[in-house]
Design a protein around this ligand. Structure first.
Ligand SMILES: Cc1cc2nc3c(=O)[nH]c(=O)nc-3n(C[C@H](O)[C@H](O)[C@H](O)COP(=O)(O)O)c2cc1C
Length: 186
């Protein structure tokens, strides 16, 4: 697949199945992530890879977040939280590891850079014929989850990327009118 076709045709896949990406695929995926644009070479990112029992541990963290938010939460909601990471054989949390108070590289730039790393993961996964879906959801912003993943105060969870083999067909790609988004000063 040539580079422009990849950029034009990447698409998300919510239906994912095992096996998880193999070591060579993961090497290519992280290599793409680590090529993200990065002002002052801060490398403002951290990746946590969950598979196997790790997915259940992440689910437990989501359930704990529900409980801490509302100790009267029902079993169904706890169970639903626990099962969320099990929708894929692998989840990669992309975390912006933010160095605060840098005048030349404010927090927003560091978070954007981590977002570009997340996009790199999606693109590499697509190029490898894998399925991937960028999710955030409320757990990305939850204090219990943040603490459980070891975030510092200024860090942000940028993405939970669900990864695996394609479990369905890609949806048709919506074409957008470029004139609706592009202004030209000439
Ligand atoms: C920062 C961010 C967070 C997202 N969080 C979610 C999410 O929690 N749940 C979801 O269904 N889609 C989420 N999405 C959107 C999907 O990843 C996906 O981009 C969207 O469904 C459009 O599909 P496409 O990527 O094939 O165009 C998120 C996207 C971004 C950029």
């Amino acid at each position: 697949m040539d580079a422009l076709t990849l950029l034009h045709e990447r698409s998300s896949m919510g239906k994912l199945m095992g096996p998880p990406p193999g070591p060579e695929q993961l090497e290519a995926i992280y290599r793409a992530a680590l090529r993200a644009p990065d002002h002052k070479e801060l490398r403002p990112w951290r990746f946590i890879e969950f598979s196997g029992e790790g997915l259940s541990r992440l689910g437990e963290l989501f359930a704990e977040a529900e409980y801490r938010e509302d100790p009267h939460v029902g079993d169904a909601a706890l169970d639903s939280a626990r099962k969320k990471p099990l929708r894929a054989p692998m989840v990669i949390a992309v975390i912006a590891r933010v160095t605060p108070d840098l005048i030349k590289v404010p927090k927003i730039e560091q978070v954007i850079s981590a977002g570009c790393a997340a996009h790199g993961i999606l693109l590499a996964a697509h190029a490898l014929g894998l399925g991937a879906m960028w999710r955030s959801g409320k757990y990305a912003f939850d204090p219990t989850v943040r603490k459980g993943l070891g975030l510092e105060e200024d860090d942000e969870v940028v993405a939970f990327i669900y990864l695996g083999q394609l479990g369905g067909r890609h949806k048709p790609i919506a074409e957008h009118r470029q004139e609706d988004f592009v202004e030209r000063w000439v």
